[in-house]
Design a protein around this ligand. Structure first.
Ligand SMILES: *Cc1c(COP(=O)(O)O)cnc(C)c1O
Length: 374
């Protein structure tokens, strides 16, 4: 039985009619960049996130970069970043001329914690990137308290956490701003690139919107800043609206799948992520850890089970950040060799999960029959 890593079409087949209607609506309105469909999606997304404002942008990477820039962060500033994240979190910091300061993560959740933030704060620290990795919310309460007393901004990288809740509240606008990606494979994905910044700070929302729209203020031909072009297409906004109504049900489906995995892997020697009772994950990725990761990956590939590694090289060891001069980050470095992301999407069936877990079991049985030095 073949099990893909992700089946986006399983989601789209539930909303095919609405996706087609969105396309027709765009051709009818004749607004392709900005316009009523973008306004509508921004309102819907803000409401969904319990945020006052949402600003559509071209992708999640720009959401991060424009937020940093709108907060006035640039050369001479330091921004704390967990090293276990997608490269874009850190690259956004470098792109505005600031310095990413990489920190380690909790061995239980693989997320940044308040202790990591506290230990990395210097007089130059301007912000912390709180990455809700794999769909799990990080501890925004304690990190918020540390950031508040240090006077630094909290930027949530929520690109993997659409709809996740921390202590009952949706992530995104708990910190100063939250950055979302609508890349097709995310929990809420466009049919192309897209992103958004959510915030309760009206001035910050206005600056992000201006910077992403050529630095325009209220006039088309007057530019208050040397901005860039990073806007959400009307087509993508319409498609996102068509999918948004299903997001909670899809996240429920991911939760059910995560429970199925948990039950079936109980007696299998792979480590699962810890669950913080204050966090409601949306299970963007289902990550397990094993010292036999490479053999497992090979066996699963051979059995036609799709898997991934998120991420095999932590940011501080990437060539791109070779000049930052980070000390050893033992948790990130250890995890990088053991992480394995299993197939996960809302409609994955228990039979498919049975197949994945059966393949893991038999691969581990074989690996352990052969002594390590054979
Ligand atoms: C996907 C992702 C991004 C970047 O989003 P794009 O839309 O691909 O630019 C940033 N951070 C994290 C954690 C992501 O998973």
């Amino acid at each position: 039985m073949t099990v893909p890593f992700l089946d986006i079409q399983a989601m789209h087949s539930e909303v095919r009619g609405d996706l087609d209607a969105a396309w027709h609506e765009v051709t009818r309105t004749g607004s392709f960049v900005g316009g009523p469909l973008v306004d509508r999606f921004e309102e819907e997304w803000a409401r969904y996130c319990s945020a006052r404002f949402a600003v559509g942008v071209a992708n999640g990477t720009d959401a991060l970069g424009l937020t940093l820039e709108a907060l006035g962060i640039g050369p001479g500033d330091e921004v704390i970043v967990p090293a276990n994240t997608f490269i874009a979190t850190a690259a956004a910091v470098s792109r505005v001329g600031a310095t990413p300061v990489f920190v380690d993560v909790s061995p239980d959740t693989l997320l940044i914690t308040a202790d990591h933030v506290r230990a990395a704060i210097t007089p130059r620290t301007a912000a912390v990137m709180v990455v809700h990795l794999y769909g799990q919310p990080a501890d925004l309460t304690e990190i918020g308290a540390v950031a508040g007393s240090a006077g630094i901004a909290v930027i949530e990288d929520a690109a993997q956490a659409h709809g996740a809740r921390w202590q009952g509240q949706r992530v995104g606008a708990i910190g100063n701003a939250g950055c979302f990606s609508f890349y097709p494979g995310k929990n809420l994905g466009a049919l192309g690139d897209g992103g958004a910044v959510v915030t309760n700070d009206e001035d910050l929302a206005r600056r992000v919107r201006s910077l992403g729209n050529h630095g325009r203020g209220s006039s088309k031909y007057l530019h208050e800043a040397a901005g860039t072009n990073s806007r959400l297409d009307a087509l993508q906004a319409g498609l996102l609206s068509a999918k948004l109504g299903r997001l909670d049900a899809w996240n429920d489906g991911r939760r059910r799948a995560a429970e199925s995995y948990r039950a079936r892997l109980e007696d299998v020697p792979v480590r699962l992520l810890a669950v913080d009772p204050r966090a409601e994950s949306v299970h963007h990725l289902h990550v397990v850890q094993s010292p036999y990761r490479d053999q497992l990956l090979e066996a699963l590939n051979e059995a036609k089970v799709g898997c991934g590694i998120h991420y095999p090289v932590p940011c501080h060891l990437q060539e791109a950040f070779g000049d930052v001069g980070t000390a050893r980050l033992p948790v990130c470095e250890g995890a990088a060799g053991e992480l394995l992301s299993l197939p996960m999407w809302p409609q994955i069936t228990d039979q498919e999960i049975d197949e994945v877990t059966a393949q893991i079991r038999s691969a581990l049985d074989q690996i352990r029959e052969v002594p390590a030095d054979a």
